[in-house]
Design a protein around this ligand. Structure first.
Ligand code: PMP
Length: 451
């Protein structure tokens, strides 16, 4: 009898087998073409099948693929660290390489706690965060993520870190508008710090543009300036989780630069390896590292494959590719054009509630009623349906968002490779329009027996 693997029945029925990728497209083994506007939300920053990256990977493999990181470093890791220090603002000069975004935020959290310990403060161990946030799937990262549906199964988590409201202007909890709102959601940070006590808090972590948990929620202009001021006033480190936004997604190396803010620690991931290798990093400032270097001398973290030379060579090649082709320069224009095209869909489909985001990290929130902004009930799985219709049409978009209550609410992220052309943007919007038409027909004929 032929042996069947457990996963086999799923193949082709649920998950098409991808054969190869080129530019913004993926091709499955049946020859179907998909325009990749998801890329695991923004991983394939420079598109698929870029020969330079493959060559860099092979060159490094010919030299050495692994060195034991506790005793050695490699040219690739050193060059990459220097390049990241050069490309990031301020004094973000110390890179600690890991393999995934979750490991990067975990490491950032540990760096922050260790920073205070080395300064003789043993009680500053809590990390404040925001609701509607996602910082990773490991238990530590999940504990500081305000993503209720991903947390639910694992509550009480490791530590129930306190969270504040996000700058979710479409559903402002105060029913106000920026800037006349006086950034009350940022001021919540100060209230939380006073309530808990600054001597208990190591850091505040936030995504510059909220990704998986919210669907590209971009803050109003002075939000992060206020956040940074509050952190400085109460001696709390600011960690920017740029796993999704870093490496040029909004047109600058870090999205924080869009608002003139330099974090104390940055978590980088996805775009770093651009999908060609697993690599991520926690990057710390001189201020954060000074007491660590003077004390224990190293960050108390690390994995067997941290700073793997082959992954570092890939990431270095990605940065050089971005540099050589001046790719970040065009991101803002492309993002504006894509948003403009998406806006044109709004009057045609009344379930489009909000179109938002920054650079080429855009999101659409879907609502049952555009006037009241009432979300669709969770049981209708609207996001999932739209993602599936898009896939049928040959378009990949990323599911996100569970609304302000973390339960109801639907959104998708639209984040094509930064190399997308104008014609491909138009094709993307054409495919999305087809997707929405199918979904609209589905609503009008009554989904799951409901209208
Ligand atoms: N932080 C953010 C902002 C993310 O978007 C993600 C992934 N969606 C992570 C952390 C976790 O990264 P990874 O899946 O590589 O562990």
């Amino acid at each position: 009898m032929e042996k069947t693997f457990l996963i086999k029945p799923m193949l082709d029925e649920i998950y098409p087998v991808i054969d190869y990728g080129k530019g913004v497209y993926l091709f499955d083994r049946n020859g179907k073409k998909y325009l990749d506007a998801a890329s695991g939300a923004v991983t394939a920053n420079i598109g698929h099948g870029v020969a330079e990256i493959v060559e860099a990977m092979m060159e490094q493999a010919k030299k050495v693929s692994f060195v034991y990181r506790s005793q050695f470093t490699s040219e690739a890791a050193e060059k990459l660290a220097a390049k990241i220090a050069e490309w990031t603002p301020g004094e973000l000069n110390w890179c600690f390489f890991v393999n995934s975004g979750s490991e990067a935020t975990e490491t950032a959290m540990k760096m922050a706690i260790q920073h205070w310990q080395e300064r003789g403060n043993q009680t500053k161990t809590k990390i404040l965060s925001r609701w509607v946030s996602y910082h990773g799937i490991t238990m530590g990262a999940l504990s500081m993520s305000g993503h209720p549906s991903r947390r639910a199964r694992f509550i009480p988590l490791l530590e129930d870190f306190p969270a504040i409201n996000p700058p979710y202007c479409y559903r402002c909890p105060y029913n106000l508008e920026a800037p006349s709102c006086n950034y009350l959601c940022a001021k919540e940070l100060e209230t939380a710090i006073k309530r808990i006590g600054p001597d208990q808090i190591a850091a505040f972590i936030a995504e510059p543009v909220i990704g998986a948990a919210g669907g590209a929620i971009s803050p109003p202009k002075d939000y992060f300036k206020q956040i940074k001021m509050i952190c400085e006033e109460y001696d709390i480190l600011f960690i920017a989780d740029e796993v999704m936004t870093g490496f040029g997604r909004t047109g600058t190396m870090l999205a924080c630069e869009q608002w003139g803010v330099v974090p104390d620690i940055v978590a980088l991931g996805k775009g770093m390896g651009a999908g060609y290798a697993p690599i991520a990093a926690a990057v710390a400032s001189e201020k954060v590292m000074e007491p660590i270097l003077a004390g224990s001398k190293s960050v108390m973290s690390g994995h067997t494959l941290s700073a793997n030379p082959q992954s570092c060579a890939v990431s270095l090649a990605v940065l050089e590719y971005l540099e050589k082709n001046d790719i970040m320069k065009e991101v803002d224009n492309k993002g504006v054009y894509l948003k403009y095209q998406l806006e044109k869909l709004k009057p045609q489909f009344n379930f489009i509630g909000d179109i938002r985001g920054k650079g080429l990290l855009l999101g659409i929130e879907f609502v049952a009623d555009p006037i009241t902004k009432q979300p669709f009930p969770r049981k209708l799985s609207v996001t999932q349906k739209i993602i599936e219709h898009a896939k049928d049409k040959g378009l990949l978009i990323y599911p996100a968002g569970s609304g302000i209550d973390g339960v109801n609410g639907d959104a998708v992220i639209i984040s094509p490779p930064l190399t997308i052309t104008k014609r491909e943007i138009e094709e993307l919007v054409f495919l999305l329009k087809g997707t929405f038409t199918v979904f609209s027909d589905e609503i009008n004929t009554g989904m799951d027996g409901e209208n």
